[in-house]
Unconditional design. Structure first.
Length: 64
């Protein structure tokens, strides 16, 4: 697991907490922040997946 995946997991967890707290308290702003944090986490995970793919492709080229 690389840094992007770790950031993604942390942002998703933080976002889920904020979103849940916002729903519970009726704070629409906090709920929206939570959704944004979750989206940010998904973006970090996607970036990590791209990096992993490039790393695997480079490893495959080195073996030839």
């Amino acid at each position: 697991m690389d840094r992007e995946h770790v950031k993604g997991a942390a942002d998703k967890a933080k976002g889920a907490s904020k979103e849940g707290a916002g729903k519970f308290t009726g704070d629409e702003g906090m709920e929206a922040e939570g959704k944004m944090d979750k989206a940010k986490g998904s973006a970090h995970n996607a970036a990590g997946d791209v990096k992993d793919g490039l790393r695997h492709a480079a490893d495959g080229l080195k073996k030839k």
